[in-house]
Design a protein around this ligand. Structure first.
Ligand code: ADP
Ligand code: MG
Length: 270
């Protein structure tokens, strides 16, 4: 296998157990050892929910996206950067990975503006400080990857006016994968892939093309699956060669897929 640049999106729901985090770290080590570059983008759903609960702020989602009031944003940023990112870096470093914790803000890497959400019925929904990525500068990632570091990126970014935004981690991952010319996008979540009849794992859809995505959107594809599938399609359209959804609670799936080419997960194609 030639050298690949692999962007892994690590979902909040698949990162709650420290044991799982260790296993994911071991997988990343393996990918690097076999000559690949790895970039990680992470969310932090459960950690954010806990932080918001503690601050007595309600968690609310629209089409899989978190409604983000200003007071919520402060808590989200603390949880993502101060807790999830910092702990991930410790775990990765402990596994002999030179992990560098970043957010989209660092080096002005990711720029965003306020995201205007359109519901399925066409109406506009105000999601607060949810960001829409307008520009990505790939130089910091190239610098780090080129020197053997693994950038671990929290999904927040600034607008040109200095407003900070929370960006859905799947969306962030898809756009970053495109901008850094990743060869592969792997979205890790807490289920084996997209199920035709959720939650029946036997009904997993192993391959889904763009036309099928349109067909299943809003019916089969719901909630947190919406931004994952959309991000995979976006990345593919931007030149990323492979995009797949795998189960992050089964970390071995990463090398089964990348190294052993096993038929697992939900692969998106154009
Ligand atoms: P993450 O933290 O990985 O982003 P999310 O909760 O946002 O996790 O998204 C994954 C979730 O999407 C699954 O746990 C499941 O509840 C939900 N989901 C919705 N529709 C489907 C489907 N058709 N197949 C599988 N999961 C689905
Ligand atoms: Mg999610």
């Amino acid at each position: 296998m030639s050298k690949q640049r692999i962007l892994i999106k690590y979902g909040g729901n698949a990162m709650i157990s420290p044991q799982l985090q260790q296993e994911i770290a071991a997988q990343i080590f393996k990918l690097q050892e076999t000559g690949n570059e790895v970039v990680m983008v992470h969310g932090g759903g459960p950690f954010i929910n806990k932080a918001l609960e503690k601050a007595a702020i309600k968690s609310q989602f629209v089409d899989g996206l978190r409604v983000t009031e200003a007071i919520a944003f402060a808590e989200i940023q603390k949880a993502l950067i101060g807790e999830v990112n910092a702990d991930l870096i410790s775990t990765l470093n402990q596994n002999n990975i030179k992990a560098v914790g970043l957010s989209g803000k660092d080096g002005g890497m990711v720029q965003a503006k306020k995201y205007q959400h359109q519901a399925a019925d066409g109406s506009q929904v105000d999601l607060g400080l949810v960001g829409d990525i307008t520009h990505i500068d790939d130089s910091l990632i190239n610098l780090l990857c080129g020197s053997g570091y693994v950038p671990v990126v929290a999904c927040v970014a600034d607008g040109t006016d200095g407003t900070s935004y929370n960006i859905n981690a799947d969306t962030f991952a898809g756009k970053l994968a495109a901008a850094i010319h990743a060869d592969q996008l792997i979205v890790l979540t807490d289920v084996d892939g997209l199920f035709l009849r959720f939650p029946d794992p036997e009904s997993i859809i192993h391959e889904l093309d763009e036309a099928a995505v349109k067909e299943h959107m809003g019916t089969t594809i719901q909630g947190g699956m919406i931004p994952k599938i959309q991000s995979c399609v976006l990345a593919l359209n931007a030149g990323v060669r492979k995009a797949i959804i795998l189960n992050g609670t089964k970390p071995a799936q990463i090398s089964e897929y990348v190294i052993e080419n096993k038929k697992i997960g939900t692969t998106l194609t154009l």
